[in-house]
Design a protein around this ligand. Structure first.
Ligand code: ATP
Ligand code: MG
Length: 566
């Protein structure tokens, strides 16, 4: 599979259902929706849901709505609304029509609540949340009817109106559907439809003192929008009878059907907005878009392309079970995408100076401009590499130990030869140390005529290393990342039964290197440009901080999978 094009999603059971319904004429056009609650930023799990919902709509020539499920204002914010819109667009999807909000329909929901009351199918209940929970029973105990269950229609309508107007305290009353207190399905035991919440709402301001529960809102939102397939994750399977109950008992314009699929869970990754928010609030990371975060904005800042994220999501089965996917599988798609598409460049992360002592004997002027392809197999043009008498190489690429085997250490050794990538073969002749014994300079000599040519007999280089000109290169900051969690299942419980993901935070998840040196062409690149730093890994110019004056790169991913067992 080429990573150039996003493959179509593997066929799945929902696609089969849609196909049959289109064939039989049950539906004429598929309408799906992606319904985030704006209480945090989108993460990789949401990307799967987005790819499924928008992907199915695309596949069958239908449309997918973006709808904010904004029924709980206490945790919601405009910042999240804006970030979610930007993330969906970044992923490459276009929603049908305007952005929608559950709150657009609050007036309609209210009329429908009155409708159910009038039909004797809803009532205002004065039990406190704790009392109501006692009355509800549990899996083994049938519930008991609330003492307020048989209120008259008039009293219920009046109380609901007054709840709406803010006459009662939060928690003192609720509106409940009158269904079945003995149902084996707990969600049917007179579920709450409205709660009193004297909260300001980011879309409706102070208009409402009551807010609808998810169950009373979601199916009706789908029906108002003409959604045909309401696709959600498995935890809502139990809610399906309730979803259907509201649609059957209300004069809704159409009857959408709910279908559930398994959540995406990834090893070494947390996909819960609430817990990710804790990482942000506790300053474990630097914001929602910290490159270590599994949020879409974090992955983006890390240098993962939208294409790689889509390719990964589309490679996953849409299943009826929850499972954990190895994060290495995700990284495979990221690496494959970058290998295909990222131009190559040189960056020395831990520099030591090399002085070419015979430079002037063989090269006219201070600089010889060499050229190299930007990519070894894809035509991405050429880059210029100025070669000068002083160069940086990486400290890890040099050793004074002449006894090191040529097979094992394919780098520069005192007294031996190495090829500088796209440049000359050089020989390390001498080291200069400071008072502490640290090497501060390597004196070397170049072998003339070796650019693109083999050296004479007896001067065989041990290998090829990368380098940057001291005079022409540019100092850069590079952030090197490791996994944020040390545990493959950070949300799992430890031996004592506690589940505290904070104990699995990797304290070494970022290293900031301030004295890296990049080839000159990298200075003028646009933020978010991705590169392979040869022999080091894939890196991206930081979306916010990179500039020609102060280049800043984030490590995206290593060149190969170095996880245990690989
Ligand atoms: P979180 O637990 O992160 O808060 P959520 O389900 O509460 O997730 P929503 O904003 O309600 O977040 O999610 C929007 C849509 O994305 C829902 O349809 C939800 O089912 C889906 N979704 C959320 N997390 C995942 C996941 N890990 N895998 C697949 N779909 C997901
Ligand atoms: Mg949710």
């Amino acid at each position: 599979m080429s990573s150039q094009e996003t493959p179509s999603p593997v066929s799945n059971f929902i696609a089969q259902i849609i196909d049959e319904e289109l064939q039989s004429g049950k539906i004429s056009k598929v309408v799906t929706r992606f319904p985030p609650e704006p209480n945090g930023y989108l993460h990789i799990g949401h990307a799967k849901s987005i790819c499924v919902n928008f992907g199915l709509a695309e596949q069958f020539g239908g449309s997918c709505n973006l709808r904010f499920d904004d029924t709980n204002p206490s945790k919601e914010e405009q910042e999240y609304v804006d970030a979610i819109k930007a993330d969906v667009q970044w992923l490459g999807f276009k929603w049908g029509g305007e952005v929608r909000y559950a709150s657009d329909y609050f007036d309609q929901f209210y009329l429908w609540a009155q409708h159910l009351i009038s039909a004797g199918k809803a009532y205002v209940c004065d039990l406190s949340p704790e009392q109501a929970s006692d009355y509800r029973g549990d899996f083994n105990t049938p519930g008991k009817p609330s003492p307020f269950r048989e209120r008259s229609v008039e009293e219920n309508l009046d109380l609901l109106e007054r709840m709406k107007n803010g006459e009662f305290d939060e928690g003192s009353r609720s509106l409940r559907a009158k269904i079945d207190m003995t149902s084996p399905n707990m969600t049917l035991r007179d579920p709450v439809m409205y709660r009193i919440r004297k909260q300001h709402h980011h879309q409706t301001g102070d208009k409402w003192n009551i807010y609808p529960a998810y169950d009373f809102a979601h199916g009706q939102e789908d029906a108002i929008e003409g959604v045909t397939h309401s696709i959600c994750t498995l935890e809502f399977a139990d809610h399906k009878p309730l979803y259907d109950w509201f649609l059957e008992n209300l004069p809704v314009p159409c009857k959408p059907a709910q279908h559930e699929f398994g959540r995406l869970n990834l090893s070494y990754t947390m996909t819960s907005k609430r817990k990710l928010k804790q990482l942000v609030d506790d300053k474990v990371v630097n914001g929602w878009d910290d490159p270590r975060m599994p949020t879409l904005s974090g992955l983006r800042r890390r240098g993962y392309s939208a294409r790689a994220v889509r390719n990964f999501c589309n490679s996953l089965a849409v299943a009826k079970t929850d499972g954990v996917v190895d994060v290495a599988q995700f990284e495979f798609f990221v690496r494959e995408d970058l290998n295909q598409n990222a131009p190559r460049a040189m960056c020395v992360l831990n520099p030591v100076k090399v002085t070419v002592t015979n430079f002037a004997d063989h090269i006219k002027g201070a600089v010889q401009v060499l050229t190299a392809p930007a990519h070894p197999s894809v035509d991405l043009g050429e880059r210029q590499l100025p070669f000068t008498a002083e160069l940086y190489i990486d400290r890890a690429d040099f050793s004074q130990d002449g006894s090191l085997s040529r097979k094992k250490f394919k780098r520069l050794v005192l007294g031996d030869y190495i090829r500088l990538r796209y440049a000359y073969v050089i020989k390390a002749d001498e080291v200069v140390k400071d008072a502490t014994g640290e090497i501060v300079e390597i004196k070397a000599s170049l072998v003339p005529g070796t650019v693109g040519e083999n050296p004479p007999e007896g001067m065989k280089p041990r290998g090829v290393i990368h380098w940057v000109s001291v005079a022409e290169g540019k100092q850069a900051r590079v952030r090197v990342y490791d996994r944020l969690f040390t545990h493959p299942a950070p949300e799992s419980a430890d031996e004592s039964g506690n589940s505290d993901f904070m104990q699995y935070i990797n304290s070494q998840s970022v290293r900031v290197l301030d004295n890296c040196w990049v080839e000159p062409g990298l200075v003028s690149v646009a933020p978010e440009s991705g590169f392979q730093f040869e022999r080091e890994g894939y890196f991206v110019a930081d979306r916010y901080e990179h500039s020609a004056d102060k280049p800043v790169f984030n490590m995206t991913i290593g060149l190969r999978d170095s996880s245990p067992g690989k």
